[in-house]
Ligand binder design. Structure first.
Ligand SMILES: Nc1ncnc2c1ncn2[C@@H]1O[C@H](COP(=O)(O)OP(=O)(O)OP(=O)(O)O)[C@@H](O)[C@H]1O
Ligand SMILES: O=C(O)[C@H](O)CO
Length: 523
């Protein structure tokens, strides 16, 4: 961080150069409304990680020999191909797999979110739908991303299919975010309701996805390598769309084809950290007590190939290209944004201030205290891949509009009972921050959206804000602080400006966490 601070000071003293901004692309960029550009960029981001193209990139089939290539591995197909899948993006992944491998497919079962087929049909997304007489059976469940009876039925059908396979068979496993809730198979005597309650409590208390899924794995028959074990001795190829920072295969959808390395002690630490250890149901204690002597051992996963098909980084790389095509100097700040939504919002607020001041006055910039505070905020967030120095250098060298791109998944600690999601809450908080540092000569817009198109249990994907948010809201009789105190960001944005700042995409059929864009446009 000391290095970044030095660079910040150096940049602040840098002499101003010639004004390069003004080419035809740049003029095009300035003529399009900032909000419309933000919306378009979000669409491009999502478009880069749609299931069909990603699957087609990873798989190739020789129609004559029946040889299936998955990256650099080959598998012989001879009426021995089975498919299972679970996750928010799995319907489209299965449709793409069926298109490519249909005639070889013997049978399949997938578990996908409730209502997704109707939503895709309604949106006219035929490429996301299975064929009329598909060999893949579809279960819809896990309303509001919580495991339920329908998801349990799906999980049991998936287990049954896997258990029936032989050494001659190949099982294709399609995995994407949301897969944990769509594949609940609690180890008896733990009940679905107990698992649901524990998951809900951990999530509401701000447990990270790593922590949450460590507990899920310990209590599940299929997670933490359990599915791979059930399919043994068949060969298993998992095609994974990552919705977790760093793309850890053991965490995404709780790693059903990756052996779990966690001990009971790890679980107990997590449960203690969130004040849940004392009140654990007896059944959970029983299963945890048994777990150390009966792990899904690493020996069970030698027959598995785990392949990451797509990720947040891939999506942001496309967004960067598109932003540059619109005339922006674009930098990917980080694809690992995590941490409490309040800290993340403070970081973006001050980043806009520091970067905006440099853009407005390349030779002057923000104060040393602001530079120092920004570095402190960045350090507190502990983002392993943060490109702060590069981003601020790019701002000074841009002499024109800048777009800073980031992705990840901040955490919201729910205190109120309002309606919202982490993207809308982040946008609202950033809006408040931006209002504290108005920059008269730079237009600023911040957008946060969930790439799955559904932010928390709301119909919006996210929202965008500008520095005028707090004052405009007050003029409409809306007190931002009150909405934030109740985690009621969706209600706020539904009223504010008649809902114009909500980002609506509908379910996108993919899921690679959230995207954050900070636009700084000199006037
Ligand atoms: N009222 C609210 N305000 C802010 N955030 C909320 C609110 N209600 C739920 N959330 C947050 O929404 C998130 C759940 O949203 P969602 O169902 O989109 O899951 P997700 O984390 O995106 O799942 P996945 O990783 O599977 O995509 C949780 O992080 C939760 O804290
Ligand atoms: O399903 C899950 O566990 C989360 O979406 C992370 O992959």
């Amino acid at each position: 961080m000391a290095v970044a601070l030095q660079v910040l000071r150096h940049l602040a003293r840098a002499p101003s150069g010639p004004l390069l901004w003004g080419g035809p692309l740049a003029r095009l960029a300035s003529s399009m409304a900032l909000a419309e550009q933000a919306r378009q960029l979000f669409e491009s981001t999502v478009g880069a990680v749609l299931p069909g193209p990603m699957l087609q990139r990873a798989l190739s089939l020789d129609p004559d020999s029946g040889e299936l290539k998955v990256r650099d591995r080959s598998f012989q197909l001879r009426q021995n191909l089975y498919l299972v899948g679970f996750g928010k993006a799995v319907l489209g992944m299965a449709a793409a797999a069926e298109e490519l491998l249909g005639q070889h497919l013997v049978q399949g079962v997938i578990s996908v979110p409730k209502g997704i087929r109707a939503a895709m049909e309604h949106a006219g997304k035929q490429e996301m739908l299975l064929k009329p007489h598909s060999r893949i059976q579809v279960f819809e469940g896990a309303e509001d991303n919580l495991p339920d009876r329908d998801a349990l039925r799906a999980a049991l059908a998936i287990r049954q299919l896997a258990e029936g396979l032989t050494a001659d068979d190949l099982l294709l496993v399609l995995i994407s975010g949301g897969g944990s809730a769509l594949l609940p198979a609690p180890i008896p005597p733990v009940t679905l309701e107990e698992k649901q309650m524990l998951t809900k409590l951990l999530a509401a208390r701000g447990a990270t996805i790593q922590e949450l899924n460590t507990i899920r794995k310990a209590l599940s028959q299929l997670k933490g390598g359990g599915l791979a074990q059930a399919a043994y001795p068949a060969q298993v190829v998992s095609l994974i769309l990552s919705d977790v920072v760093g793309d850890p295969v053991e965490v995404i959808a709780s790693g059903p084809t990756v052996a779990s390395i966690h001990s009971v002690q790890d679980c107990l630490h997590i449960l203690s950290r969130y004040g849940l250890r004392a009140a654990l149901p007896r059944s959970v204690k029983t299963v945890l007590a048994r777990a150390d002597s009966d792990p899904h051992g690493p020996h069970t996963c030698g027959h598995v190939l785990n392949v990451i098909l797509g990720s947040n980084a891939l999506a942001l790389a496309e967004a960067q290209k598109q932003a540059e095509a619109l005339g922006y100097r674009a930098v990917v700040l980080s694809t690992a944004i995590q941490g409490d939504v309040k800290s993340v919002a403070q970081f973006y607020g001050l980043l806009a201030r520091v970067a905006g001041a440099r853009l407005a006055l390349p030779g002057a910039g923000a104060s040393v205290e602001e530079d120092e505070r920004l570095c402190e905020l960045a350090a507190d967030l502990q983002l392993p891949d943060l490109q702060l120095k590069e981003a601020l250098e790019a701002v000074v060298g841009a002499w024109g509009p800048v777009c800073l791109l980031a992705g990840g998944e901040p955490t919201v600690q729910l205190q109120g009972s309002g309606r919202g999601g982490r993207n809308q809450e982040l946008a609202l908080r950033v809006g408040v921050e931006l209002g504290q540092w108005p920059l008269r000569t730079v237009d600023v817009l911040f957008l946060s959206g969930g790439t799955d198109g559904q932010d928390g249990p709301t119909e919006a994907a996210g929202a965008w804000v500008r520095p005028e948010l707090t004052s405009q809201a007050a003029a409409e009789g809306l007190d931002v602080a009150t909405f934030l105190a109740h985690n009621d960001s969706h209600t706020f944005f539904s009223h504010f400006q008649g809902g114009a700042q909500l980002l609506h995409t509908g379910l996108t059929g993919t899921n690679v966490m959230d995207a954050h864009f900070l636009f700084l446009h000199p006037q």
